[in-house]
Design a protein. Structure first.
Length: 538
């Protein structure tokens, strides 16, 4: 487009190439504006200075294309004539072809780029003076024989251990032969040597097989030196009691079973021989005299051994280590209150029954009836109000008798959409709630009226528990207590000044999570306000 011979803009294929710029202003042009101005100047000057031969060349370039000769000159002056997407690839291919065109050659970077010709069949690539080179492979190992087998062949070969003649499989009580290289050359199963593998009682050893360390059980005698000792020996020849005596003129020579002296002072004493040949006997057949000495010993053969215990202690039958259990006495397992118990001569309870104490366990309460709802004692009538969301309320409750809790109930006066309450029981620890006894379950509070958690089946023993109430939203429910003094007996009061009220419960802020009452209650806050009326029913 021109106006009075001056270019206003130049378009190519609906794309703006250059355009006229505004009249000069006092500000400096931006880099983009400056570049556009320079390109426009070069283009217009090139069209003015074009030589006939250049115009002819431009026409030849444009021939058969979508451009006219002025387009060619314009793009050339603006640096946009040649467009090669794979120019780097073409240059790289050209440079590699200079090094060589033989298939299989390798290009290597040394001081300069060099080409390594392809190798012959069977040659291997080695390093010579830091550069790869081909070498004949005939001088290397091509096959392994002996204990390790591999090949023949070149390159990677799979190596295996040679067989030793031992059949693969499992062996029990194995007999085996090992060569100097640590390999099994023969293996066979042996027989199981049944018999005593553990000693208890006066001598303890095992359990186990082979050589075991045997030790004598203690007899109650304190280890140490005894002077002029007096001692007691049990029927098994062991010292069961020992004490030092006082110095008195005594023997200066021992004869008989113990030999010492004659002489004074320390004398070396030796036992008289009994005719038993020193040595090892396993298993032992022995004769012991009245003095507890072996007078005859020989190796015996095992003919029988205890493999089962009956009577008060039951074990086996079987060999090796056996689990021992006490025989039952007929007493039912369980808890007995104020019990009457009968013990046999062996210290075992042979009968047991619960009895009555000097006072009734339900002295604080007349007893539960299954048809009623029970609440903690409070002087005020049941009211209603809105409780805090994400807060666990806990109130102490006395269980007067062993019973099974069947149901927990609350009463909703103002329902809230998507709301619910989690109910449960905690143990008592010095007047504060402690560990979770039972998470009784979740009840929705999206409708008014009495809401029940049923089928709890929790056995409760006489004593104090803490009833827990945990709501997801600020719902309106029936409340107990607040402002009275009747709970001061169990919960206490902060001050005896006029107008002070007793504590009624404890509470703890905690983000609600259905079915997830915490395992323990820590650091709760004392409160004298009303709390949710949560009833128990057996």
């Amino acid at each position: 487009m021109r106006s009075k011979g001056r270019y206003l803009s130049y378009w190519l294929n609906d794309q703006l190439i250059v355009k006229a710029w505004p009249k000069p202003t006092s500000r400096e042009p931006t880099p983009a504006e400056k570049e556009n101005q320079d390109r426009f100047k070069r283009m217009t000057q090139a069209l003015k200075d074009v030589l006939p031969i250049e115009q002819l060349s431009a026409r030849e370039v444009a021939y058969g294309s979508k451009y006219i000769w002025r387009d060619v000159l314009t793009k050339a002056m603006c640096g946009n004539l040649a467009e090669w997407d794979n120019y780097a690839e073409m240059v790289s291919q050209y440079n590699l072809d200079i090094l060589g065109t033989e298939p299989g050659m390798i290009v290597i970077r040394a001081e300069t780029w060099i080409a390594l010709r392809k190798g012959e069949n069977g040659q291997v690539l080695v390093m010579v003076d830091g550069l790869p080179a081909w070498d004949d492979a005939g001088s290397g190992i091509t096959e392994l024989l002996g204990d390790v087998l591999a090949g023949p062949g070149l390159g990677a070969q799979f190596a295996t251990l040679s067989t030793t003649g031992v059949a693969a499989g499992s062996y029990t009580n194995v007999n085996l032969t090992v060569d100097s290289k640590g390999r099994l050359t023969a293996a066979s199963s042996g027989t199981d040597n049944t018999g005593i593998n553990q000693l208890t009682g006066d001598v303890t050893a095992g359990p186990g097989t082979g050589t075991q360390l045997a030790t004598l059980s203690n007899t109650g005698v304190v280890p140490g030196p005894y002077t002029l000792a007096s001692f007691t020996v049990d029927a098994k020849g062991r010292i069961s009691a020992a004490a030092s005596g006082s110095v008195s003129p005594g023997l200066n020579q021992l004869t008989g079973d113990v030999l010492a002296g004659p002489g004074t002072g320390a004398q070396s004493a030796t036992l008289a021989t009994t005719g038993v040949t020193p040595g090892s006997y396993s298993p032992l057949a022995a004769t012991v005299d009245a003095k507890g000495r072996l007078t005859a010993a020989s190796t015996a053969s095992l003919t029988a051994y205890i493999n089962q215990l009956t009577g008060d202690v039951l074990a086996g039958p079987g060999s090796g280590s056996q689990a021992a259990a006490l025989n039952t006495t007929g007493v039912a397992a369980g808890t007995y209150t104020n019990a009457t118990v009968t013990f046999d001569a062996k210290g075992r309870a042979t009968s047991a029954a619960s009895g009555t104490s000097g006072f009734a366990t339900d002295r604080y309460h007349p007893g539960f009836q299954s048809s009623r709802l029970y609440l903690p004692p409070m002087a005020a009538a049941i009211g209603n109000g809105t409780i805090l969301a994400n807060t666990i309320y806990l109130c102490p409750f006395f269980i007067p008798q062993t019973c099974t809790l069947a149901q927990m109930s609350i009463f909703v006066n103002g329902a809230v959409a998507l709301s619910s309450v989690e109910l449960g029981l905690y143990t008592n620890s010095n007047g504060m709630p402690d560990a979770l006894i039972r998470d009784a379950g979740n009840v929705t509070t999206t409708a008014t009226g009495q809401r029940n958690v049923t089928s709890i089946s929790q056995v409760l023993s006489p004593g104090w528990v803490w009833v827990a109430f945990w709501a997801s939203h600020g719902i309106t429910v029936s409340l107990l207590g607040g402002g009275g003094g009747s709970s001061a007996y169990g919960m206490g009061i902060a001050s005896l000044g006029s107008g002070n009220v007793a504590y009624t419960h404890v509470q703890k802020a905690l983000t609600f999570s259905a079915g997830n009452l915490p395992a323990n209650i820590t650091s709760p806050t004392m409160s004298a306000n009303a709390f949710p009326a949560t009833a128990l029913q057996i």
